[in-house]
Design a protein around this ligand. Structure first.
Ligand code: PEP
Ligand code: MN
Length: 339
Protein backbone atom coordinates (compact mmCIF):
# COMPACT_ATOMS: atom_id res chain seq x y z
CA UNK A 1 0.00 0.00 0.00
CA UNK A 2 1.28 3.43 -0.92
CA UNK A 3 -0.04 6.57 0.75
CA UNK A 4 0.52 9.82 -1.13
CA UNK A 5 0.31 12.83 1.15
CA UNK A 6 -1.12 16.25 0.39
CA UNK A 7 1.09 19.10 -0.74
CA UNK A 8 2.42 20.92 2.30
CA UNK A 9 1.79 18.02 4.69
CA UNK A 10 3.23 18.90 8.11
CA UNK A 11 5.75 16.81 10.02
CA UNK A 12 3.10 16.19 12.71
CA UNK A 13 0.64 14.90 10.12
CA UNK A 14 3.30 12.67 8.59
CA UNK A 15 4.22 11.25 12.00
CA UNK A 16 0.54 10.61 12.72
CA UNK A 17 0.02 8.78 9.41
CA UNK A 18 3.02 6.55 10.18
CA UNK A 19 1.85 5.90 13.73
CA UNK A 20 -1.62 4.88 12.53
CA UNK A 21 -0.22 2.43 9.96
CA UNK A 22 2.45 1.07 12.33
CA UNK A 23 -0.13 0.57 15.08
CA UNK A 24 -1.78 -1.92 12.73
CA UNK A 25 1.41 -3.96 12.53
CA UNK A 26 2.88 -2.72 9.23
CA UNK A 27 6.21 -1.01 8.65
CA UNK A 28 6.42 2.37 6.93
CA UNK A 29 9.02 3.88 4.62
CA UNK A 30 8.98 7.54 3.74
CA UNK A 31 10.07 8.88 0.39
CA UNK A 32 10.48 12.64 0.20
CA UNK A 33 9.83 13.93 -3.34
CA UNK A 34 10.19 17.47 -4.61
CA UNK A 35 6.44 18.14 -4.31
CA UNK A 36 5.01 15.21 -2.41
CA UNK A 37 5.91 12.86 0.35
CA UNK A 38 4.97 9.23 -0.12
CA UNK A 39 4.59 6.65 2.65
CA UNK A 40 5.15 3.05 1.60
CA UNK A 41 3.45 0.51 3.89
CA UNK A 42 4.90 -2.97 4.08
CA UNK A 43 3.37 -5.98 5.80
CA UNK A 44 -0.04 -7.62 5.86
CA UNK A 45 -2.11 -5.24 3.75
CA UNK A 46 -5.23 -7.09 4.81
CA UNK A 47 -4.95 -5.26 8.15
CA UNK A 48 -5.50 -1.98 6.33
CA UNK A 49 -8.67 -3.22 4.65
CA UNK A 50 -11.59 -1.21 5.93
CA UNK A 51 -9.39 1.40 7.62
CA UNK A 52 -10.54 4.84 6.36
CA UNK A 53 -7.03 6.01 5.46
CA UNK A 54 -8.30 8.90 3.35
CA UNK A 55 -9.78 10.48 6.44
CA UNK A 56 -6.39 10.80 8.17
CA UNK A 57 -5.24 14.45 7.98
CA UNK A 58 -2.58 14.96 5.32
CA UNK A 59 -3.49 11.89 3.24
CA UNK A 60 -4.25 12.65 -0.40
CA UNK A 61 -4.55 9.28 -2.16
CA UNK A 62 -4.02 5.63 -1.32
CA UNK A 63 -2.87 3.00 -3.83
CA UNK A 64 -3.05 -0.73 -3.32
CA UNK A 65 -0.03 -2.58 -4.63
CA UNK A 66 -1.54 -6.01 -4.10
CA UNK A 67 -4.59 -7.21 -6.01
CA UNK A 68 -7.71 -7.26 -3.82
CA UNK A 69 -8.63 -10.69 -5.20
CA UNK A 70 -6.43 -13.59 -4.27
CA UNK A 71 -7.83 -17.00 -5.24
CA UNK A 72 -8.87 -15.65 -8.65
CA UNK A 73 -5.54 -13.97 -9.29
CA UNK A 74 -2.69 -15.20 -11.46
CA UNK A 75 -0.46 -15.00 -8.40
CA UNK A 76 -2.45 -17.84 -6.88
CA UNK A 77 -2.27 -20.16 -9.91
CA UNK A 78 0.05 -19.23 -12.71
CA UNK A 79 -1.31 -21.81 -15.17
CA UNK A 80 -4.76 -21.45 -16.73
CA UNK A 81 -7.43 -23.40 -14.87
CA UNK A 82 -9.42 -25.94 -16.86
CA UNK A 83 -12.98 -26.53 -15.81
CA UNK A 84 -14.71 -29.74 -16.84
CA UNK A 85 -18.18 -29.55 -18.35
CA UNK A 86 -19.69 -32.77 -19.71
CA UNK A 87 -16.98 -34.53 -21.72
CA UNK A 88 -15.24 -31.27 -22.49
CA UNK A 89 -13.15 -28.72 -20.64
CA UNK A 90 -13.35 -24.95 -20.55
CA UNK A 91 -9.95 -23.28 -20.60
CA UNK A 92 -8.06 -25.97 -22.52
CA UNK A 93 -6.97 -25.78 -26.16
CA UNK A 94 -10.50 -26.37 -27.43
CA UNK A 95 -12.85 -23.40 -27.78
CA UNK A 96 -16.01 -24.17 -25.82
CA UNK A 97 -19.23 -23.14 -27.53
CA UNK A 98 -22.33 -23.06 -25.34
CA UNK A 99 -25.45 -22.41 -27.38
CA UNK A 100 -29.21 -22.54 -27.13
CA UNK A 101 -32.26 -20.37 -26.74
CA UNK A 102 -32.47 -17.44 -24.37
CA UNK A 103 -35.45 -19.14 -22.69
CA UNK A 104 -36.59 -22.74 -22.64
CA UNK A 105 -39.95 -22.49 -24.39
CA UNK A 106 -40.87 -26.16 -24.82
CA UNK A 107 -39.55 -29.66 -25.30
CA UNK A 108 -39.64 -29.79 -29.06
CA UNK A 109 -37.87 -26.50 -29.72
CA UNK A 110 -35.19 -27.30 -27.16
CA UNK A 111 -34.55 -30.77 -28.51
CA UNK A 112 -34.34 -29.51 -32.11
CA UNK A 113 -31.98 -26.77 -31.05
CA UNK A 114 -29.80 -29.12 -29.00
CA UNK A 115 -29.43 -31.68 -31.76
CA UNK A 116 -28.65 -29.03 -34.34
CA UNK A 117 -26.05 -27.13 -32.33
CA UNK A 118 -24.47 -30.37 -31.15
CA UNK A 119 -23.98 -31.56 -34.73
CA UNK A 120 -22.34 -28.21 -35.50
CA UNK A 121 -19.80 -28.37 -32.66
CA UNK A 122 -21.46 -26.83 -29.60
CA UNK A 123 -20.51 -28.77 -26.46
CA UNK A 124 -23.14 -27.52 -24.03
CA UNK A 125 -26.76 -26.43 -24.17
CA UNK A 126 -27.95 -23.18 -22.62
CA UNK A 127 -31.53 -22.18 -21.87
CA UNK A 128 -33.13 -20.10 -19.16
CA UNK A 129 -35.88 -21.58 -17.02
CA UNK A 130 -35.86 -18.68 -14.57
CA UNK A 131 -35.46 -15.48 -16.55
CA UNK A 132 -34.41 -12.11 -15.14
CA UNK A 133 -36.50 -9.72 -17.24
CA UNK A 134 -36.29 -5.95 -17.07
CA UNK A 135 -40.09 -5.71 -17.12
CA UNK A 136 -42.18 -7.81 -14.73
CA UNK A 137 -44.74 -8.17 -17.56
CA UNK A 138 -42.32 -9.97 -19.91
CA UNK A 139 -42.13 -13.79 -20.12
CA UNK A 140 -40.16 -14.87 -17.07
CA UNK A 141 -39.48 -18.49 -17.95
CA UNK A 142 -41.12 -21.87 -17.44
CA UNK A 143 -39.50 -22.35 -14.02
CA UNK A 144 -39.28 -25.95 -12.81
CA UNK A 145 -40.95 -27.24 -15.98
CA UNK A 146 -38.14 -25.60 -17.95
CA UNK A 147 -35.55 -27.40 -15.81
CA UNK A 148 -37.30 -30.70 -16.45
CA UNK A 149 -37.27 -30.09 -20.18
CA UNK A 150 -33.56 -29.28 -20.01
CA UNK A 151 -32.89 -32.54 -18.15
CA UNK A 152 -34.91 -34.54 -20.68
CA UNK A 153 -32.96 -33.05 -23.56
CA UNK A 154 -29.69 -33.77 -21.75
CA UNK A 155 -30.76 -37.39 -21.37
CA UNK A 156 -31.60 -37.50 -25.06
CA UNK A 157 -28.43 -35.84 -26.39
CA UNK A 158 -25.83 -36.21 -23.65
CA UNK A 159 -25.20 -32.46 -23.71
CA UNK A 160 -24.48 -30.77 -20.38
CA UNK A 161 -26.94 -28.00 -19.52
CA UNK A 162 -26.23 -24.43 -18.45
CA UNK A 163 -29.07 -22.51 -16.84
CA UNK A 164 -29.49 -19.45 -14.68
CA UNK A 165 -30.14 -19.37 -10.96
CA UNK A 166 -31.57 -16.04 -9.83
CA UNK A 167 -32.12 -16.43 -6.13
CA UNK A 168 -30.59 -18.17 -3.13
CA UNK A 169 -33.92 -19.94 -2.58
CA UNK A 170 -33.61 -21.59 -6.02
CA UNK A 171 -30.04 -22.82 -5.72
CA UNK A 172 -30.92 -26.29 -4.48
CA UNK A 173 -33.57 -26.81 -7.13
CA UNK A 174 -31.55 -25.47 -10.06
CA UNK A 175 -28.43 -27.33 -8.92
CA UNK A 176 -30.36 -30.58 -8.88
CA UNK A 177 -30.73 -30.22 -12.68
CA UNK A 178 -27.95 -27.99 -14.03
CA UNK A 179 -24.42 -29.06 -14.96
CA UNK A 180 -23.36 -25.43 -14.81
CA UNK A 181 -25.07 -22.66 -12.87
CA UNK A 182 -25.31 -19.30 -14.59
CA UNK A 183 -25.24 -16.16 -12.49
CA UNK A 184 -26.64 -13.42 -14.70
CA UNK A 185 -25.41 -9.88 -15.16
CA UNK A 186 -28.13 -8.50 -12.89
CA UNK A 187 -27.00 -10.74 -10.07
CA UNK A 188 -23.23 -10.47 -10.38
CA UNK A 189 -23.09 -8.53 -7.13
CA UNK A 190 -25.74 -10.55 -5.29
CA UNK A 191 -23.24 -11.63 -2.67
CA UNK A 192 -25.56 -14.00 -0.85
CA UNK A 193 -26.23 -15.83 -4.10
CA UNK A 194 -22.51 -15.94 -4.91
CA UNK A 195 -21.77 -17.46 -1.52
CA UNK A 196 -24.57 -19.98 -1.90
CA UNK A 197 -23.24 -21.31 -5.23
CA UNK A 198 -19.79 -21.17 -3.68
CA UNK A 199 -20.82 -23.90 -1.26
CA UNK A 200 -21.38 -26.29 -4.18
CA UNK A 201 -18.75 -27.76 -6.47
CA UNK A 202 -20.83 -27.35 -9.61
CA UNK A 203 -19.19 -25.07 -12.24
CA UNK A 204 -20.48 -21.50 -12.17
CA UNK A 205 -20.77 -19.24 -15.21
CA UNK A 206 -20.42 -15.74 -13.82
CA UNK A 207 -21.58 -13.02 -16.20
CA UNK A 208 -20.19 -9.52 -15.86
CA UNK A 209 -22.64 -7.00 -14.43
CA UNK A 210 -23.64 -4.21 -16.78
CA UNK A 211 -21.98 -1.60 -14.60
CA UNK A 212 -19.25 -3.77 -13.16
CA UNK A 213 -15.55 -3.12 -13.59
CA UNK A 214 -13.14 -5.96 -14.30
CA UNK A 215 -12.10 -5.76 -10.66
CA UNK A 216 -15.74 -6.03 -9.51
CA UNK A 217 -16.12 -9.14 -11.67
CA UNK A 218 -12.99 -10.73 -10.21
CA UNK A 219 -14.10 -9.92 -6.69
CA UNK A 220 -17.47 -11.54 -7.44
CA UNK A 221 -15.56 -14.66 -8.57
CA UNK A 222 -13.57 -14.40 -5.34
CA UNK A 223 -16.83 -14.61 -3.36
CA UNK A 224 -17.67 -17.93 -5.00
CA UNK A 225 -14.13 -19.28 -4.67
CA UNK A 226 -13.73 -18.17 -1.07
CA UNK A 227 -16.59 -20.52 -0.15
CA UNK A 228 -14.68 -23.48 -1.58
CA UNK A 229 -15.94 -23.69 -5.17
CA UNK A 230 -12.96 -23.22 -7.50
CA UNK A 231 -14.97 -23.89 -10.68
CA UNK A 232 -15.74 -20.38 -11.89
CA UNK A 233 -15.90 -19.33 -15.54
CA UNK A 234 -16.14 -15.61 -16.31
CA UNK A 235 -18.22 -14.14 -19.13
CA UNK A 236 -17.91 -10.75 -20.82
CA UNK A 237 -21.40 -9.86 -22.07
CA UNK A 238 -21.19 -6.13 -22.67
CA UNK A 239 -21.58 -3.21 -20.31
CA UNK A 240 -23.77 -0.10 -20.28
CA UNK A 241 -22.20 3.00 -21.76
CA UNK A 242 -23.52 6.16 -23.45
CA UNK A 243 -23.54 4.31 -26.78
CA UNK A 244 -26.96 3.49 -28.18
CA UNK A 245 -26.03 1.73 -31.44
CA UNK A 246 -25.83 -1.64 -29.67
CA UNK A 247 -27.75 -3.14 -26.75
CA UNK A 248 -24.61 -3.04 -24.62
CA UNK A 249 -21.02 -2.06 -25.34
CA UNK A 250 -18.89 -5.16 -25.87
CA UNK A 251 -15.76 -4.60 -23.78
CA UNK A 252 -13.36 -6.49 -25.99
CA UNK A 253 -10.29 -5.32 -24.08
CA UNK A 254 -11.67 -6.87 -20.91
CA UNK A 255 -10.92 -10.29 -22.38
CA UNK A 256 -7.10 -9.96 -22.59
CA UNK A 257 -7.11 -7.96 -19.36
CA UNK A 258 -8.95 -10.78 -17.59
CA UNK A 259 -6.69 -13.41 -19.15
CA UNK A 260 -3.74 -11.56 -17.69
CA UNK A 261 -5.25 -10.98 -14.26
CA UNK A 262 -6.81 -14.37 -13.63
CA UNK A 263 -6.23 -18.06 -14.26
CA UNK A 264 -9.98 -18.62 -14.63
CA UNK A 265 -11.41 -19.28 -18.11
CA UNK A 266 -13.09 -16.38 -19.90
CA UNK A 267 -16.04 -16.69 -22.27
CA UNK A 268 -17.67 -14.03 -24.42
CA UNK A 269 -21.38 -13.59 -25.03
CA UNK A 270 -21.72 -11.65 -28.27
CA UNK A 271 -25.51 -12.12 -28.31
CA UNK A 272 -26.22 -9.95 -25.27
CA UNK A 273 -23.27 -7.67 -25.97
CA UNK A 274 -24.48 -6.54 -29.39
CA UNK A 275 -28.18 -7.31 -29.05
CA UNK A 276 -28.41 -7.83 -32.84
CA UNK A 277 -28.01 -11.02 -34.79
CA UNK A 278 -25.85 -9.40 -37.47
CA UNK A 279 -23.25 -8.52 -34.83
CA UNK A 280 -22.92 -12.00 -33.35
CA UNK A 281 -20.40 -13.27 -35.92
CA UNK A 282 -18.03 -10.27 -35.98
CA UNK A 283 -18.03 -10.00 -32.19
CA UNK A 284 -17.36 -13.74 -31.94
CA UNK A 285 -14.36 -13.48 -34.28
CA UNK A 286 -13.00 -10.57 -32.25
CA UNK A 287 -13.49 -12.41 -28.95
CA UNK A 288 -11.59 -15.46 -30.16
CA UNK A 289 -8.81 -13.28 -31.55
CA UNK A 290 -8.63 -11.50 -28.18
CA UNK A 291 -8.08 -14.78 -26.36
CA UNK A 292 -11.52 -15.89 -25.18
CA UNK A 293 -11.78 -19.54 -24.15
CA UNK A 294 -15.24 -19.90 -25.60
CA UNK A 295 -18.51 -18.34 -26.64
CA UNK A 296 -22.06 -18.35 -25.41
CA UNK A 297 -24.46 -17.89 -28.32
CA UNK A 298 -28.25 -17.58 -28.36
CA UNK A 299 -29.81 -19.84 -31.00
CA UNK A 300 -33.52 -20.33 -31.69
CA UNK A 301 -35.31 -22.46 -34.30
CA UNK A 302 -37.47 -19.48 -35.23
CA UNK A 303 -36.08 -16.27 -33.74
CA UNK A 304 -39.07 -14.18 -34.81
CA UNK A 305 -41.32 -16.15 -32.45
CA UNK A 306 -38.87 -16.24 -29.50
CA UNK A 307 -40.33 -15.31 -26.12
CA UNK A 308 -37.13 -13.44 -25.24
CA UNK A 309 -34.13 -12.02 -27.09
CA UNK A 310 -35.33 -13.01 -30.57
CA UNK A 311 -33.57 -10.05 -32.20
CA UNK A 312 -30.17 -11.31 -31.12
CA UNK A 313 -30.81 -15.04 -31.59
CA UNK A 314 -29.33 -16.87 -34.56
CA UNK A 315 -31.42 -19.36 -36.51
CA UNK A 316 -29.90 -22.76 -37.31
CA UNK A 317 -28.49 -21.68 -40.63
CA UNK A 318 -26.88 -18.59 -39.16
CA UNK A 319 -25.37 -20.67 -36.37
CA UNK A 320 -23.98 -23.15 -38.91
CA UNK A 321 -22.44 -20.30 -40.83
CA UNK A 322 -20.95 -18.82 -37.63
CA UNK A 323 -19.30 -22.12 -36.68
CA UNK A 324 -17.90 -22.43 -40.17
CA UNK A 325 -16.54 -18.90 -40.49
CA UNK A 326 -15.15 -19.01 -36.93
CA UNK A 327 -12.61 -21.70 -37.84
CA UNK A 328 -9.83 -19.52 -39.29
CA UNK A 329 -9.99 -17.26 -36.22
CA UNK A 330 -9.83 -20.27 -33.91
CA UNK A 331 -6.84 -21.62 -35.82
CA UNK A 332 -5.12 -18.23 -35.80
CA UNK A 333 -5.56 -18.09 -32.02
CA UNK A 334 -3.84 -21.49 -31.78
CA UNK A 335 -7.01 -23.19 -30.56
CA UNK A 336 -9.33 -25.91 -31.88
CA UNK A 337 -13.03 -26.38 -32.48
CA UNK A 338 -14.67 -29.80 -32.45
CA UNK A 339 -16.15 -31.24 -35.65
C1 PEP B 1 -29.04 -14.66 -20.62
O1 PEP B 1 -27.97 -15.27 -20.73
O2 PEP B 1 -30.08 -14.96 -21.25
C2 PEP B 1 -29.06 -13.44 -19.78
C3 PEP B 1 -30.17 -13.06 -19.15
O3 PEP B 1 -27.89 -12.83 -19.76
P1 PEP B 1 -27.36 -11.53 -18.92
O4 PEP B 1 -27.50 -11.91 -17.49
O5 PEP B 1 -25.96 -11.39 -19.38
O6 PEP B 1 -28.24 -10.38 -19.32
MN1 MN C 1 -31.02 -13.75 -23.33
Amino acid sequence: MIIVTKRGVTQDELDHIRERVESLGLRTYVSQGEHRTVVGCVGDEGRLAGVPLLSIPGVDTVHAVMRPYKLASRDFAADPTRIPLGNAQIGGPEIMVIAGPCSVEGREMLENTAKTIQALGARALRGGAFKPRTSPYSFRGLGKEGLEILAEVRAETGMPIVTEVMDTRQVELVASYADMLQIGARNMQNYNLLMEVGRLRRPVLLKRGMSATVEDLLLAAEYVMSQGNPNVVLCERGIRTFGTATRNTFDLAAIPVLKKETHLPVLADPSHAGGRRDLVAPLSYAAIAAGADGLMIEVHPEPETATSDGDQSLDFQEFASLMDTLRPFVAAAGRTLPG
